[in-house]
Structures are given as C-alpha cells and as structure tokens.
Design a protein. Structure first.
Length: 574
C-alpha cells in the first residue's frame, strides 16, 4: 500500500503552540486505563514553550494523524490528550512528552478532607446516574448517550415495623380524623405491590384539618433511634400534604410531636411515594404516623388515598432505596427474601439480603481516587468505562460491546508482519477466576472477606485477585472470564497505519496455511516513526471463507427469510 503520512501536535494553551514531531507512538488499548496513551518526541523548544510544557499544570495536547492512500482516499484521526510527563534528554537535545486520555483525571481525583462521600447512594437505580452525578461531574464531563446500564443497589437486612402496612386483610390501625368524610378499604387500584389501600372521601367542603392516621398500637419503636418513614399517597385533585410523627412512652403518653415533613405537592390521581427522616427520644415505646392537608381546602367528593407504610431503622443508609416498599408478602427477588414475623398483615416484616453487598461499597472514603472507587462497581456490573481520544466517555457492556467499523488484513495485500501465538502460560488467558474481597467493616472494625468465583465447564486455569474493597456481590469473576475468552490465541499484526482502526472493532485476518481468523482488535499502536501500526487481537475463531462477515455489509441476519438457513442465504460479495 502506497501512502503518505503527516503528523502534527499542538499545545492547547493560549492561541496554541505547534510542536514539531520527530517520533513517538499513539496507543489505544481496550484492556487498560487510560484507554489512550501517547509518547511524542520533539526538539527542545525555547524557554517560553519549555516552561508551558509543565505536567504539573492542566496542559492538553492535540495530536493529528493523517494519511493519503494512493487510489484509496485519505484517513485521519485527532486525539486530545492530557500531558502527564515531560522528559528531557540532554544528549540528544530532545523532549519526550507522555500523554493520556481522561481516565487519568479520575486516577488523579483523590477524595480529600475527612468526610465520607455517600452521594452515590442516591442514584442506585442507575449506574449511569452514579457515573454522571458523582464521578464525571467532578471533572466537567458526562457519559455519551447509550442503552447499556444496570442498577447497583447496596443491600442490607431490614425490618418494617408497621404491622398492617397495606391494609392487606382489614383496616386495622388505620383511621380518619378532622374533616367530615367517609372511610373505606379499597381492594383494587393501589400502587405496585400494594393493591389494597385506605380511602377517605370528603362529605362536605373541609378546612385544612383533614387527617389519615396510622395508630401507635400497630407500630412499636425503640428509644433514641433514627428511622425512615415512607408511604404512598394519592388525591383525586392536586393538593398539598404533610406528614406528622408522634412518639409515645410505654404508658401511652405523648412525649414527642414531630418533626413534621415539609409540605409536598401531590398531582391529581397519581400515586406518589414520599419519605421522612425521624428519630425517637429516650423512653419511646410506640409511634403514630399522620398525613394531613397543608393549606388546602378539599371539596365534597374529593378522595385521599394512602397505603404502603414503611417505618424502618435499617434503611437510613440506603439513599434511594429508602423509598422502596416491602412487607412480608412482597415477592422474593434475586436480591431479597421477605417474610412476616407473625400473622400476615398483623405483624412486622423482615427483608433479608441474599447478596452481601454492603452500603460501604458506595461510600467513597477520603484518600481513595475516583477511579479506585468506581472501578469495582462497574466491573461487578459487567460494564466497561472508558474515555476516547475526543474526551467522550462511554459505559458499555464489557462482554458484548463492538466498536463501529471493521478491518481486514491479508498477507497478500496489506500485512507487513504477523505473529500467530497460542500460549497457556501467560497472565492473559484463563477459564476460571477467583476474586477475594477484603475490607474492614465500618460498624464492627473487623476484617471481612468474601470470594467471587466463576469457572467455565471443565476449566483448567484459574486467575486470582485480591481486592481491598467491600464485596460488591458476584459479577466481576464472570466478567473477567468472559473477557479472557480467546486471549490464549493472539495475532500480533504489523501493517501500514490505518487511522480508523480502533479497539473492540471486528477484524479478519488471512494468513497462509491457516484458517481465516475472525476476532476483535484489542489494541492498536500507531508508530509515528515508520508510519506503521501494530495490532493485537482477542477472541479469534476459525472462519470459513463464505461466512456472512465477508459478504455485503448492508445485509444482516434479520434479512434471512423465515425457514431459510443462514448458510443457504445469499450474503453477496464473496
């Protein structure tokens, strides 16, 4: 392949400073953070520019790679990277600049102070939300749009102290006070998990003294304890409500009134779940929860509904999870099992975590970098986080993500060198993984240890890790094994640089006396000295020459008619 290559670099400071390139390399690697790294060799500049090339400052360098391929058009690529090091060699009169993509900023971002950051607890329903709001926001970045996501709930055992939280068998402990109304127990139409609910219907125009109450006889509490109170409410018209917390001693005397929850708006005919943080004083024995209108006069025929009451001392650390309703009749999930402690709908309920995923996992502690904090989280979810050369952040499924485009290489056309290696005794290939998590429990001060293990059927080689972090639940071991699949056989390729080649891109390679190999690019390095690129691959498989991958790229599996086999379909272009 006949081609002409040009390289340029600019220090992005002020109006910009040109950096004449004498050599170097730009490397893209899907298995490493930072995802992009580069070294540039330049002549020693004048004193002004030398002082600006200070890696201790937030300096950025733009590197442009371009080539014109005779008869095949042009390709180019631009990388915006952070300056990580400047090294001067006196003998040669040259500077070496070390550059990296923005994962390096998260590695640099060590939490300071002496206060644990628990912001991630508020975004457990979405790993993308944790990344955008807790991690990337700190460096002025955000994820590119994408569908790959996963919830990441920390899990703890808990007890719902409310004996009849959703009026499951009767209206016991629920009552109405204040304004004139009729009260009924409804059996259909409640929110998810709570088909039954309390309804009060106005019988006249009422002042703001309308109250639904859950009685203290159905809610025993402990002295000097923090609780979270949460409940579903609905009104047939838009209104404003508040919530009251009343605490009694063992003799039934009121010893604490409040605090009231700040008034909250309820849209018409919409179930809303609200929560309130409360506590109890010494001598507390029972409590009552009341909903009441706040500055709203409700007319005749207006209905106010309530159900799904939870009072728990165990959810105060769980952030967004504190709004999750449960009772002893809730459906078991892969995370939790539920049970009544006595008679159904007339006893407290237990929620038992089936996975040991401590809330401490989402406690970002001082002295820990943003990357150290978040990496075990997205890896346990089977995800990969990376920043490309254009400073764009991506969260993708680590085992299925494929980059756009594809590459084809052949010893007869565009390959310069190729090494086909099958190796067992390296650190890259394994078919089983054992991950030991070890940490100090923040409540007890004791050392805790959990193991995440995964193996393919008939596995023969296990890789081990020791991670000093709270256990995130199973997931990383399986993710690691899936990512290692196919790494036992690799092709190390050298070809003229093609600047659209990138990691995670499909690749096919044709070599003499070898079946056509199809796989994925793992890394690509563009050498700025000899205009060549060096690629490594993963996941190689033997591919017949009539495989669909060699056919018309506009044709897809979905184009194959029902009843026709894939190997009889005309893929075109062979």
């Amino acid at each position: 392949m006949i081609s002409t290559h040009e390289y340029a670099a600019t220090l992005l400071e002020g109006a910009g400073y040109d950096l004449p390139i004498k050599g170097g390399a730009v490397n893209f690697d899907e298995s490493r953070a930072p995802h992009v790294e580069a070294t540039l060799t330049i002549p020693v500049p004048d004193e002004t520019l030398s002082e600006l090339l200070d890696a201790r400052e937030a300096r950025r360098v733009e590197v442009e790679l371009s080539a014109d391929y005779l008869g095949a058009g042009a390709k180019s690529r631009t990388a915006n990277l952070g300056l990580r090091a400047r090294r001067r060699t006196l003998e040669t009169g040259e500077l070496e600049l070390v550059l990296a993509s923005d994962e390096a900023l998260l590695i640099d971002d060590v939490l300071g102070g002496d206060t644990v950051n628990t912001d991630a607890l508020a975004y457990q329903s979405s790993l993308r939300a944790i990344l955008d709001n807790v991690i990337l926001d700190r460096i002025g970045a955000s994820l590119q749009p994408g569908a790959d996501d996963a919830p990441f709930y920390v899990l703890t055992d808990a007890v719902n102290l409310v004996k009849n939280p959703r009026l499951g068998a009767a209206s016991t402990y629920w009552s109405h006070a204040g304004a004139a109304a009729t009260a009924t127990r409804q059996t259909v139409g409640g929110p998810a998990g709570c088909p039954t609910f309390w309804r009060s219907t106005m019988t006249g125009s009422n002042p703001p003294a309308f109250i639904i109450s859950y009685d203290r006889t159905g809610l025993a509490v402990s002295p000097t304890t923090d609780y979270i109170v949460s409940i579903y409410v609905r009104c047939s018209v838009a209104c404003t409500l508040s919530m009251d917390w009343l605490v009694y001693n063992s003799g039934g005397a009121l010893i604490q009134d409040g605090p009231d929850r700040a008034p909250f708006a309820v849209p018409a005919n919409t179930w809303v779940r609200v929560a309130h943080a409360v506590s109890t004083p010494a001598l507390a024995a029972s409590a009552s929860v009341r909903l009441f209108t706040s500055g709203t006069t409700l007319g005749s025929g207006v209905t106010l509904d309530a159900t799904g009451l939870v009072v728990s001392a165990d959810d105060h650390v769980l952030g967004s999870d504190l709004n999750t309703y449960y009772d002893g009749g809730s459906t078991d999930t892969g995370d939790y099992a539920y049970a009544w402690t006595g008679t159904a709908h007339d006893s407290t309920s237990t929620r038992t975590a089936l996975i040991d995923r401590s809330p401490e996992l989402l406690h970002w502690k001082p002295g820990v970098s943003a990357w150290e904090f978040i990496q075990p989280v997205f890896q346990a979810a089977g995800m990969r986080l990376f920043c490309d050369e254009q400073r764009r952040w991506f969260l993708v499924d680590g085992s299925t993500f494929i980059a756009a485009g594809s590459q084809q290489f052949s010893d007869e056309t565009n390959l310069i060198e190729a090494n086909d290696v099958i190796e067992r005794d390296n650190d890259e290939w394994y078919d089983a993984a054992s991950v030991t998590y070890r940490w100090i429990d923040g409540d007890t001060g004791t050392v805790q240890e959990r193991i995440d293990y995964f193996a393919e059927p008939g596995a023969t080689r296990t890789k081990t890790w020791l991670i000093e972090r709270p256990y995130p639940g199973p997931g990383f071991a399986e993710y690691a094994v899936k990512r290692a699949a196919g790494k036992g056989r690799t092709l190390d390729l050298t070809a003229v640089s093609l600047y659209d080649a990138t990691p995670s891109q499909p690749v096919t390679v044709t070599l003499p006396d070898t079946p056509i190999q199809s796989g994925v690019i793992r890394s690509v390095t563009f050498d700025l000295t000899d205009d060549r690129m060096r690629l490594t691959t993963r996941g190689l498989t033997d591919t017949p020459p009539d495989a669909y991958i060699f056919g018309n790229p506009a044709k897809r599996y979905l184009d194959v008619p029902v009843g026709m086999t894939y190997n009889t379909f005309d893929w075109g272009g062979f």
